[in-house]
Design a protein around this ligand. Structure first.
Ligand code: SF4
Length: 381
């Protein structure tokens, strides 16, 4: 299941690509000795941690019998991760799964993060385990925002994706419970060929649901067979136009994931609307530097393996034997991804490559080359 990205719930409405400026995050502080001695260097703006790989819906006896090295973090390891995130002053720790409710230490982990001034969001599945009392407890523990997946505006579209009836209705009910305790809600949608005609009804639904943030994931194929679901470059542009228009009137924020070139689209709109005062060349230095795979973003799986993105299956290290800071700041994979001079083809000669850089996950999925041009981009530098 895909991961999420977030922005602070109280940020003003608007739109953003895979970007997050430093000023939008909190710095926070930590009380442990570990944190006091940690050196703050380059830091991610979001760490997403897959708390567990397990999901009750699909659990099998075989999964339950995982060998030791397949097991998820202990509670002590989870607390240590929170301390590292706090010490690095990461603005957001996004907790995801599997089904995080399967971890008995979910509430203590959220509470501990809150004590360390680490903002947390949590992606939940509408399983029978999830009810309004858990939502209230999470709110009381200091959770900043809860996220749900909705892959279509109708039960037909969403439930067909999950191959399970009733999830659309159940998700809407739980969103109502979140509003009752004033817990901000995020909705995540993976946009692919299957559902990209559904964007307008989705925007209407999210307005009615009074969500805080819509995180639009642009599909990255996980295998050759899945490439048929991937949108082409022109379809990405059409969606960008819809998101941009929606961002002017919607009362929720819109964020893209693996749609780094939305930053380029926004920059082009700023230039167009400046009526000749700006050019792309003059606008680039002032544009927010986009978050990209490994540049501002880190994904940690349930075994502690560190990746630049959940959709980029190249591992940079493991936090059970290294510090998160070490992997993020010094691993050859992360440092090379942050170096725009490594980009190839049109991404390499693109004037907005420092703002965008293209989806490294999509480039890798389609070509096997981390630095190849993003095949989902229509821009010709
Ligand atoms: S060519 Fe590459 S760097 Fe330039 S806008 Fe497109 S994806 Fe981004």
């Amino acid at each position: 299941m895909p991961s999420i990205s977030n922005r602070p719930a109280e940020a003003p409405k608007g739109t953003t690509g895979d970007t997050w400026t430093e000023s939008q995050g909190t710095t926070g502080w930590v009380t442990s000795e570990f944190a006091k001695t940690a050196r703050v260097r380059s830091r991610p703006l979001q760490v997403t941690w897959e708390m567990t790989h397990d999901c009750g819906w699909k659990a099998t006896p075989a999964r339950a019998r995982r060998p030791r090295n397949q097991q998820q973090f202990s509670t002590a390891e989870a607390f240590h991760l929170v301390e590292e995130v706090a010490a690095m002053q990461v603005p957001l720790l996004a907790l995801t799964g599997g089904d995080p409710l399967l971890r008995p230490d979910l509430l203590p982990v959220v509470s501990f993060a809150s004590e360390c001034s680490v903002r947390t969001s949590l992606t939940l599945l509408p399983t029978p385990r999830l009810d309004s009392s858990i939502i209230s407890e999470l709110k009381a523990c200091g959770l900043m925002r809860v996220a749900f997946w909705l892959h279509g505006s109708t039960p037909g579209l969403n439930d067909r994706y999950w191959k399970m009836q009733g999830l659309h209705r159940r998700t809407l009910e739980i969103i109502g419970s979140c509003h009752e305790v004033q817990l901000p809600v995020q909705v995540n949608t993976i946009v692919s060929r299957r559902n990209f005609h559904d964007l307008d009804p989705m925007i209407e639904l999210l307005t009615r649901l009074d969500v805080s943030l819509w995180n639009v994931f642009f599909f990255v194929p996980g295998s050759k067979e899945e490439t048929v679901e991937m949108l082409d470059a022109d379809e990405h542009e059409l969606i960008f136009a819809k998101l941009y228009e929606a961002s002017k009137r919607a009362n929720f924020q819109i964020k893209t994931t693996e749609g780094q070139h939305y930053q380029r689209y926004l920059l082009q709109q700023r230039v167009r609307e400046s009526r000749g005062r700006l050019t792309e060349a003059t606008a680039v230095p002032y544009a927010p530097r986009g978050v990209n795979d490994g540049r501002g973003f880190v994904f940690i799986n349930h075994q502690g393996e560190v990746y630049p993105s959940r959709f980029l299956p190249v591992c940079a290290g493991n936090i059970t034997s290294q510090s998160l800071s070490e992997v993020y700041c010094d691993s050859p994979l992360f440092t090379s991804l942050r170096d725009a001079s490594n980009l190839k083809g049109k991404c390499g000669r693109c004037p907005v490559r420092t703002v965008c850089g293209g989806s490294r996950a999509r480039a890798y999925a389609v070509t096997g080359d981390l630095f190849a041009p993003d095949p989902g981009c229509a821009y010709e530098p």
